[in-house]
Design a protein around this ligand. Structure first.
Ligand SMILES: Cc1cc2nc3c(=O)[nH]c(=O)nc-3n(C[C@H](O)[C@H](O)[C@H](O)COP(=O)(O)OP(=O)(O)OC[C@H]3O[C@@H](n4cnc5c(N)ncnc54)[C@H](O)[C@@H]3O)c2cc1C
Length: 306
């Protein structure tokens, strides 16, 4: 069986940066991606503008995905899309990585799977209605529709602004009395938009084309809605991380060495959103992927001498 220096699990910004840097360091990398290259970014909603990525000011996610694809082709990194990793096992000095389709072998593994979990639900009656969605796909179809967006993070605000710019009549319901840790640019765009923000409001029920909002004073307000987008974050799923033997604390963080990015499983490294890095953003993920390549180089050099 062919042995790679490193198998990178996940072709997001962290995984791609690591793989390309590995190429420069003359390490033979294989990238296994369950979806498509930069899957998380490719899934951003239509009309979304990028923030915080040098070289892509207010650019489209598609441009960024294309950038990663081009770099992978140019550097001739071996990337397999549609390969979901399900296991990582030690076999002598190697690590054996199993996907739903086959088995691959390497000296080191980089876990760069991000933190995309399952959408957080509100747990209120009527939430399983056909017009209640957890992701925004397409904008034009919501023009002139009455739309309720639930959530108060950047994702909810960006979706509300995009929907309103395509002619939807949008109400943004947020349970807190003000926004926290939200990008300034998003707040500016929200203020300039026609989105109606309802702070301190909680959805208590969906009734088909109506949603019931409870205010801070306990009052109930029934509003007419054609569609609802619940964009209240995701619940992290750490099963995969535990399944491959990583130690995950009660705070859902993986146990790893900050200096080497190596986990408690020898030869298994981490980078990107899956780490304790507080800024869950593209640039920090790319930086960590870049650093991880050097950490892998140090580890594999020692293994090759054994
Ligand atoms: C809606 C939204 C908008 C955002 N907007 C911005 C923005 O404008 N600017 C910004 O800087 N950041 C933004 N972010 C955050 C940014 O997307 C992340 O910080 C970044 O993608 C993290 O990179 P990563 O490589 O660590 O993880 P990801 O990009 O999440 O990549 C992880 C990859 O691993 C794959 N994977 C997972 N499990 C497996 C498995 N078992 N086997 C194989 N592959 C697997 C996934 O399919 C995915 O492609 C946004 C996030 C969201 C959700």
């Amino acid at each position: 069986m062919k042995v790679f220096d490193v198998i990178v699990i996940g072709a997001g910004p962290a995984g791609v940066s690591c793989a390309v840097r590995c190429r420069e360091l003359r390490l033979h990398a294989l990238v296994l991606e369950q979806g498509v290259v930069a899957n998380t970014i490719a899934d951003y909603h239509e009309g979304k503008k990028m923030f915080g990525v040098a070289g892509f000011f207010q650019g489209s996610p598609d441009e960024l995905v294309e950038f990663y694809r081009r770099d992978l082709v140019r550097s001739q990194v071996d990337v397999r899309e549609g390969e979901r990793v399900v296991s990582v096992k030690r076999v002598g000095k190697y690590l054996e990585v199993g996907t739903e389709k086959g088995v691959f072998r390497s000296l080191a593994v980089l876990v760069a799977v991000g933190i995309q979990g399952v959408a957080r639900k509100l747990g209120v009656p009527g939430e399983d209605g056909k017009n209640v969605h957890y992701a925004l796909n397409g904008l034009k179809k919501y023009a002139r529709q009455r739309v309720l967006v639930v959530g108060g993070g950047d994702v909810a605000i960006e979706a509300a602004v995009s929907l309103s710019s395509f002619g939807a009549k949008v109400v943004l319901s947020y349970r807190k009395s003000e926004f926290f840790r939200v990008k300034e640019l998003n707040l500016e765009q929200l203020e300039q938009s026609s989105v109606e923000v309802r702070f301190s409001s909680n959805v208590v029920e969906f009734k088909g084309k109506k949603a019931v909002l409870k205010g801070a004073d306990g009052s109930l307000d029934e509003i007419a809605v054609d569609d609802v987008f619940v964009l209240a974050g995701t619940v992290r799923d750490t099963k995969f991380l535990r399944d491959i033997g990583l130690k995950v604390g009660s705070d859902l963080n993986i146990d790893y060495d900050e200096g080497t990015l190596e986990t408690t499983v020898g030869g298994v490294f981490v980078a990107g959103d899956v780490t304790r890095e507080r800024q869950k953003l593209i640039m920090p993920a790319m930086y960590q992927g870049f650093i991880a390549a050097s950490c892998v180089l140090g580890y594999t050099a020692k293994k090759k001498c054994m």
